[in-house]
Structures are given as structure tokens and as C-alpha cells.
Design a binder for this molecule. Structure first.
Ligand code: PMP
Length: 437
């Protein structure tokens, strides 16, 4: 039986002693006490199916036995030492993690959050290219540090204070809400209903149009018409599970490189097999980035994140010392290593593919039946369902109605996310543990 702080006292503390800017879901927020794999229990013992996974973070299940065991074992041996000394766990883990990456992506920097990882990637890219100008897509979320609030291009997350200098945005390659493309031009596991592409089958031009916009942004907005770094998620998460048209991201990376820049894949949500068909989201775009940032699923909820890059780029960071007290600490390394084992042993990537594809297809059947479902998109167990009041015009459903549906789901024991520009995309971001098989 739960014996901790009462619900009412917790609410008082939250309103008096915690930041008022803290995001809290639901009119009557749930107070979670316990978790096991895909399940969560609140302090009254009510059970929820967690389809949001702690904002796409829990990758192999809450309190996965293998990961918990590895954490306990390490905790009894050594909690902490900074990396000024050697400790076995970071070395064992670094070798295992980089083995999952293609090409020359072999040098890893450990941090504690996705924001720290992207901050470091930005610094790294600027050091390497000698160019300050940086580009991201509208609707992107890359973190909340003062620098990254510039890269993050959703006003919801921006305070009224100057953000990172030298950061620009280009039009988002959004086939559903943008001017070009349709559901068919996305890299999707199956055929899609909803708004169809204007182009002939197999000849979608949407990616090229968005690429032209990107080139224009560089040419019109950046000194010397040069962009040093381009950040992109493989599927935009917080922005509402936005999938780019098929022929956008790879040519965009090629263009940025052709003018001397580097490309950063933010795999914070899309990495670690969540997309099912591939371990990394960038692989679904058939490209290899210069820098990859990862967080969330990497530690199954434990504060752990990383930046992986090539030896050539890493060398440019050698002119000053890089220090991060907790980055790659023994606990985080032991947990990260056990998460990789759990993904492998439980077959979670395959599970994500099988269950995710089934789920998406079933949601599309519902879309055929109910006009309120404007779009169903995503890959594996990263799924977005966009709700509309007019399917033809793609008018976002009023946030009041979306809120009501969302509250009802919670009352029925189902936790899902909410995102997108209008807060009308239900983000279904599942655990991909074998319990779903
Ligand atoms: N990148 C992406 C794609 C994210 O979704 C997030 C967090 N929502 C971040 C970066 C920032 O991670 P963190 O909250 O750990 O700083």
C-alpha cells in the first residue's frame, strides 16, 4: 500500500515550490507510484497502459528486470567517479554503443540529457566547420537550453528571451500540413488514405520543393551563403510525429555537405529500434550523418545521453578540455549497456516493427471509418494520429475536444501524448518490449 506524500500535499508543493512553467498533463494529473514494463500504477493502485513511455523514453519497459539488476549490481560496487580516472563500465559501454553505428561514427561523448548532447553537437559542428550559422526545421524540438531554444522551433517551448545566435529555420518538410506532398509520398509501412499526393504515383516532387526552400534559406539568410550545421530529427517527435517526404532528408544532407557544413541527426526519440525497420531513424532515410545525438531510449529512463561523431570531427574538439562530471558515470554506463542487451535479447526492434505496423494499419482502418481522424502516420512504435474537424481542409480539431478525448483515454487507463503545432496530434509512442508480442 502506498504510504508516501498525499495527493493534495503533492499538488500544494507543486504549485508552491516547483516551477510554474512545469508541464503537467491532465486536469487532475495522475500521480504515478510504480511501473513494470508497459504498465504504470498510480498511488491508488489504478493501472495504466503507458503508450507514451515517459515521452518516448522508456525503450525496453519500466523497471526492466535486466536493466534494474545491472543498475543494482553497479550501485553496490561504485556509484561515481569522474572520467579523470578510468573505470571499466564506460569503456565496455562505449565500445558496445559505437558498434551499433555505421561508417566512421566511432567517437562517443557521454552527457546526461538530450539538450546537453545537442548543445555539444552544436559546439562541435561550429568548431569543425569554423562556421557559426546553423539550420533547423520549423516544428523541430532539439532541447531547452538557451542555445537550443533557438534550434527548437515550436513557440510553445520558447521563453521571451533571446535564444541562440546564428540559428535559422527553414520551412518544415511536412507532407500533411505543408504546401506540398501528401500521405503517399512519405516513407510509410503501407499505403495511406487521407490527403493524396498531387504528383503522379512514384513521382513525388514534394521533397525537391522543400529542399529548394532550404537552399533559399541558406542563400538569403546566412553570411557567405554558408551553413555550418544542419540539425534534423528523423521523424519529428514533439512536433507531432511528422514524417518527411521520401526524397527530402538525404538530398538536404548532401547539399549541406556540398557547401562545407555538417549534418546532425537527432535520434533522441527515433533511435534504439523504436522505428522497427531500423535501429536508427537516419537509416530509414538511407543516410549516414556526421554527428548523431541520442538520449531518452538510450537509458530506458536513466539520465544518460550521448553524442557520437567521427574521429576527424572529434579532433577539432582537442584544443580545449571537455569535462562533464556525470557524463558516462559508472551507473549510467552500466544501465546503457544493459539496455542494449535487453533490446537485443527481447527482440524489441522486431517487435516494434511487427506490432507497430499492425497498429498503424488498424488505426488506418479506423481512419476510413471516422472523419475525425485526419492522418495516421509514423513508423514502428512511433505513431501520430492527427485529429481534424474537416478532413478535406485539414482543419485542426478544437483543443477542447482533443483535450476531452485525451482525458477520457486517461480515465479508461490509457496514457498517450499530445503534440504538434495545434496540440491535436495524439502521439502514441509505445514501449517496444516483447510483452506486446
Ligand atoms: N531532441 C529531441 C528530438 C527531443 O524529443 C528532446 C526531448 N523531448 C530533446 C532533444 C531534449 O532532450 P532532454 O529533455 O533530455 O534535454
Amino acid at each position: 500500500k502506498y504510504q508516501g506524500i498525499s495527493y493534495d500535499d503533492a499538488m500544494k508543493v507543486r504549485s508552491k515550490n516547483l516551477t510554474p512553467a512545469l508541464l503537467t498533463f491532465y486536469k487532475k494529473p495522475v500521480m504515478i507510484n510504480q511501473g513494470h514494463m508497459q504498465w504504470l500504477w498510480d498511488i491508488d493502485g489504478k493501472r495504466y497502459l503507458d503508450l507514451f513511455a515517459g515521452i518516448v523514453t522508456v525503450s525496453v519497459g519500466h523497471c526492466h528486470p535486466k536493466v534494474t539488476q545491472a543498475a543494482e549490481k553497479q550501485m553496490r560496487k561504485l556509484w561515481h567517479t569522474t572520467n579523470i580516472y578510468l573505470h571499466p563500465a564506460i569503456h565496455e559501454y562505449a565500445e558496445k554503443l559505437v558498434a551499433k553505428l555505421p561508417g566512421d561514427l566511432k567517437v562517443v561523448y557521454f552527457t546526461n540529457s538530450g539538450s546537453e548532447a545537442n548543445d555539444l553537437a552544436l559546439l562541435m559542428a561550429r568548431m569543425y566547420t569554423g562556421t557559426f550559422e546553423t539550420l533547423s526545421l520549423r516544428n523541430a524540438y532539439h532541447g531547452a537550453s538557451p542555445y537550443l531554444m533557438g534550434l527548437t522551433a515550436l513557440s510553445t517551448w520558447k521563453f521571451n528571451s533571446p535564444t541562440g545566435l546564428g540559428i535559422h529555420q527553414t520551412m518544415n518538410a511536412d507532407p500533411y500540413r505543408g504546401p506540398w506532398g501528401g500521405a503517399r509520398c512519405r516513407d510509410s509501412p503501407s499505403q495511406v488514405v487521407g490527403r493524396s499526393c498531387d504528383c503522379a504515383e512514384g513521382q513525388c516532387q514534394a521533397g525537391e520543393h522543400y529542399l529548394d526552400q532550404l537552399k533559399d534559406t541558406v542563400a538569403f539568410s546566412m553570411p557567405n551563403k554558408r551553413c555550418g550545421a544542419f540539425f534534423a530529427e528523423s521523424i519529428q517527435g514533439v512536433g507531432g510525429t511528422v514524417q518527411f517526404p521520401k526524397n527530402f532528408l538525404k538530398p538536404a544532407f548532401e547539399f549541406i555537405r556540398s557547401q562545407g557544413g555538417v549534418c546532425i541527426s537527432d535520434e533522441v526519440q527515433t533511435g534504439f529500434g523504436r522505428l522497427g525497420s531500423h535501429f536508427w531513424g537516419f537509416e530509414t532515410h538511407d543516410l549516414v550523418p556526421d554527428i548523431v545525438t541520442m538520449a531518452k531510449g538510450i537509458g530506458n529512463g536513466f539520465p544518460l545521453a550521448a553524442v557520437v561523431t567521427t574521429p576527424e570531427i572529434a579532433k577539432q574538439m582537442g584544443t580545449a578540455l571537455h569535462f562533464n562530471t556525470y557524463g558516462g558515470n559508472p551507473m549510467a554506463s552500466a544501465v546503457g549497456s544493459a539496455v542494449l542487451d535487453a533490446i537485443e535479447e527481447d527482440g524489441t526492434q522486431e517487435n516494434s516493427h511487427v506490432v507497430g505496423t499492425y497498429f498503424i494499419n488498424k488505426l488506418r482502418e479506423l481512419q476510413n471509418e471516422f472523419d475525425v481522424i485526419g492522418d495516421v502516420r509514423g513508423k514502428g512504435l512511433m505513431i501520430g494520429v492527427e485529429l481534424v474537424s474537416d478532413r478535406e481542409k485539414r482543419t485542426p480539431l478544437s483543443t477542447d475536444i482533443v483535450g476531452k478525448i485525451w482525458e477520457d483515454m486517461k480515465d479508461m487507463g490509457l496514457l498517450v501524448g499530445k503534440g504538434g503545432l495545434y496540440g491535436t496530434v495524439s502521439l502514441i509512442l509505445l514501449h517496444f518490449d516483447s510483452y506486446y508480442l
